[in-house]
Design a protein around this ligand. Structure first.
Ligand SMILES: [Mg+2]
Length: 449
């Protein structure tokens, strides 16, 4: 992919923010090489995700391996049929969490506001630091950050930059120093160049445009960003609804949120939803529970953490709030065990008082590094009781995260939710680029985003 050259100014350079997205290059592969210099470190053809012969899936593969057709979320066995010479290693979860924190520490020195978007992605707002950097152009600041991260952590990062998170997120793809591209690690879209830049971005790359929305747009004859702009806002709104049309029209012109929310590693990870209408049906509540667990478990893993305590909160229609929690013997990271536990807790709460509910919440606490879960699970494989996590649970979770990072949260939806999810899709899993979906799913939520 040739690096695009943003040029003509088509947008007023409104209050100009300086936003960077820092994205670690092939993070899992790079960390696997650092922790195992003799094995993984020497393997040009490297697959991270599981041992050969395991039933796991590919979490990440080196660029060289990808040339054989190996992709994230592919079963290891299939990946090895495509590239039999490849070395396969498990995900070094704990080391990934540690390296992620090391990178984050470097970034905090350079930017007043840092938002961790996933284990290997951070948004920085460096607006107002011009004096600090003696008015250095954003590209120069980005290169300095890149050099410091490499020097202090041994890892390579790429940086995309612009006036908002959407543009920064898309720009980083042009920055990646992939073989055969012009990427040199930094790509900045100048203020006013957003719309021109977006013309060079495939529609499907826009965060929030998942496979289903992409197919739907294609069916409407919209294959590229210029196609979207050409039909105009009123037509788009007729096709996708008022909000949906507006959302896509803005994205296609490079308009997005600039709000970088300072976020550190949490003591607990939680989500809650207040319903549009009070829910009294157990099946409906369970659908909401699955939705919450899916989000909260994915957040947990994106931080490289594992949790031992699972809590469910229910607020009844009369505003009485009740909660239940359970601490497991071993820390977990995957959806299955968290959901099984949360379901049991919800049933307990509902059994004690069956009255319409206005809010449901799920929280994970007792957080530790993911590596602990990885090691402990080695002992739990034969019996695999419902509340003990297996390597397969984690491999599946990792695969889902990889797909979500690529296609957005709508890409993988638990079966129970699939028929309820509306188009366009849920927001991207990495809280990227302020990419709110145009239409909330037609579920019962009133807030919670
Ligand atoms: Mg990355």
């Amino acid at each position: 992919m040739a690096a695009p050259t943003p040029s003509r100014t088509t947008l007023p350079p409104s209050p100009t923010r300086r936003i960077l997205l820092v994205d670690a290059d092939a993070f899992f592969v790079a960390v696997a090489r650092l922790v195992d210099p003799e094995g993984a470190g020497k393997a040009r053809l490297l697959i991270v995700g599981g041992a050969p012969g395991s039933r796991g899936v590919v979490c990440s593969a080196s660029y060289e391996t990808r040339q054989y057709g190996v992709r994230s979320a592919m079963p290891i066995a299939r990946a090895l049929r495509l590239c039999p010479q490849a070395t396969c290693v498990p995900v070094p979860r704990g080391a990934c969490g540690r390296k992620s924190r090391e990178i984050s520490a470097v970034l905090h020195r350079f930017a007043p506001v840092v938002q961790a978007a996933s284990i290997d992605e951070w948004y920085l707002d460096v607006s107002g630091t011009e004096a600090l950097y003696h008015d250095a152009p954003l590209a120069e600041v980005a290169h300095r950050i890149r050099d410091a991260v490499r020097e202090e952590t041994g890892l390579s990062v790429s940086l995309g930059g612009g006036t908002n998170k959407l543009v920064a997120k898309l720009a980083v793809e042009f920055a990646k120093p992939k073989p055969g591209t012009a990427g040199n690690g930094v790509f900045i879209v100048p203020p006013g160049g957003e719309a021109d830049f977006l013309q060079q971005v495939p529609l499907a790359d826009i965060p929030g445009v998942g496979p289903r929305l992409r197919d739907r747009l294609e069916a409407l004859g919209l294959r590229s960003t210029p196609d979207v702009l050409a039909v105009g806002l009123p037509t788009l709104q007729r096709m996708l609804g008022e909000r949906g049309g507006h959302w896509l029209f803005d994205r296609a012109r490079g308009i997005g949120s600039s709000e970088v929310i300072p976020r550190e590693q949490a003591k607990s990870v939680s989500h809650e939803d207040t319903f549009h209408h009070d829910l009294n049906d157990d099946d409906a509540l369970e659908v909401e529970l699955v939705r919450l667990v899916t989000r909260v478990a994915s957040d947990l893993r994106s931080k490289g953490l594992a949790a031992r305590t699972i809590s469910v909160k229910l607020k009844d229609a009369d505003f009485r709030t009740r909660g239940a929690s359970r601490t497991l013997e071993e820390p977990v990271v995957a959806d299955r065990v968290i959901l099984a536990t949360a379901r049991e807790l919800l049933q307990r709460l509902r059994g004690a008082r069956r009255t319409p509910a206005r809010l449901l919440g799920v929280a994970l606490s007792g957080l530790g590094e993911g590596e602990e879960a990885e090691q402990l699970s080695l002992f739990g494989e034969e019996s695999a009781p419902a509340l003990r996590e297996t390597a397969r649970d984690r491999a599946l979770a990792t695969a889902i995260d990889a797909l979500r990072a690529k296609f957005g949260a709508g890409a993988i939806v638990p079966g129970r939710l699939a028929m309820r999810e509306g188009e366009p899709e849920a927001p991207s899993a990495s809280p990227a680029a302020g990419a709110r979906p145009p239409t909330p799913a037609p579920g019962a939520r009133r807030s919670g985003r």
